[in-house]
Design a protein around this ligand. Structure first.
Ligand code: PHE
Ligand code: FE
Length: 278
């Protein structure tokens, strides 16, 4: 094979491909620019300080879809994480193996201009703008690696659906309590215009204190904004609560019924939203 594009789009055994950065068209950079501006405007006083610090540290801007090679120089120096390009969702075992090695699998393609508000599968805006900034934070970076190791274990124990809920309600849709009020750190929220507002401002969803077992019992919605968010006090709480061996937790969960996404239990601890936003 001689053509320089011959490896582009052809997955390796670990599903990685090459981000063809020079191949993005101006219209594609324009979609990124629009998405970035829309989010930057509303996230200043909604996103977690650690997320905003990550964006700044990585010099992710509105100008262009970031070049993964440039991001990796910063990310590697900060926490030893690297972005690897993948064509789309990869098999669970492959995904966990990457995380366990501090490699974050990111898609390269960007949504079409008619998909600014909603797209079902992850694209480069969700993966890079949404996920990568938090990987600059040392505690969160360690949590993500531990999650990958836990994923490989959960696969072997037939409990992946439990652990997937933890990812969903923290990495994708997590809220954090700060002195200034509730803030967003979940990538599924920060990469969605509507949900960045709804998650903090709406009276509809439940906002409950982080509870590992409660989360692993709770189903989630993939086709609409969430009915329940879980609020952490900080990333140490997340890391400490998930440090123990989950094997007995998975066993105990088999005797407890699953909960609907919008369920509210007598001993749930709702987190006050009133006066939360400064
Ligand atoms: N401690 C968990 C286990 O033994 C692994 C894990 C770590 C899971 C961090 C999620 C997050 O399975
Ligand atoms: Fe995601």
């Amino acid at each position: 094979m001689d053509g320089s594009t011959s490896t582009v789009g052809k997955p390796a055994a670990d599903y990685t491909i090459t981000q063809d950065w020079a191949g993005y068209r101006p219209e594609q950079h324009a979609v990124w620019r629009t998405l970035f501006h829309r989010q930057a405007e509303i996230l200043v006083d909604r996103a977690a300080p650690e997320f905003l610090a990550g964006i700044a540290a990585l010099s992710v801007t509105a100008d262009v879809i970031p070049d993964f090679r440039r991001l990796n120089e910063v990310l590697d120096r900060a926490t030893g994480w690297r972005i690897v390009a993948v064509p789309g969702l990869v098999p669970d075992a492959i995904f966990f193996e990457h995380l366990a090695q501090r490699r974050f699998p990111s898609t390269c393609f960007i949504r079409r201009p008619d998909q600014l508000d909603y797209i079902q599968e992850p694209d480069v805006f969700h993966d890079i703008f949404g996920h990568v900034p938090m990987l600059v934070n040392p505690v969160f970076a360690d949590y993500m690696q531990a999650y990958g190791q836990g994923g490989l274990k959960a696969l072997g124990l037939g409990s992946l659906h439990r652990l997937a809920r933890l990812y969903w309600y923290t990495v994708e849709f997590g809220l954090v309590r700060t002195p200034a009020g509730l803030r967003i750190y979940g990538s599924g929220i920060v990469s969605s215009h509507a949900e960045s507002i709804y998650a903090l401002d709406s009276d509809r969803p439940h906002r409950l204190g982080f509870d590992l077992m409660r989360i692993m019992r709770t189903n989630y919605r993939i086709d609409d904004v969430q009915e329940t968010y879980f609020v952490i006090d900080g990333y140490d709480q997340l890391f400490d609560a998930t440090r123990p061996d989950f094997t007995p937790y998975y066993a105990a969960l088999q005797r407890l019924p699953d909960l609907k996404p919008g369920a509210l239990l007598a001993d749930d601890v709702p987190v006050a939203r009133a006066g939360a936003r400064s």
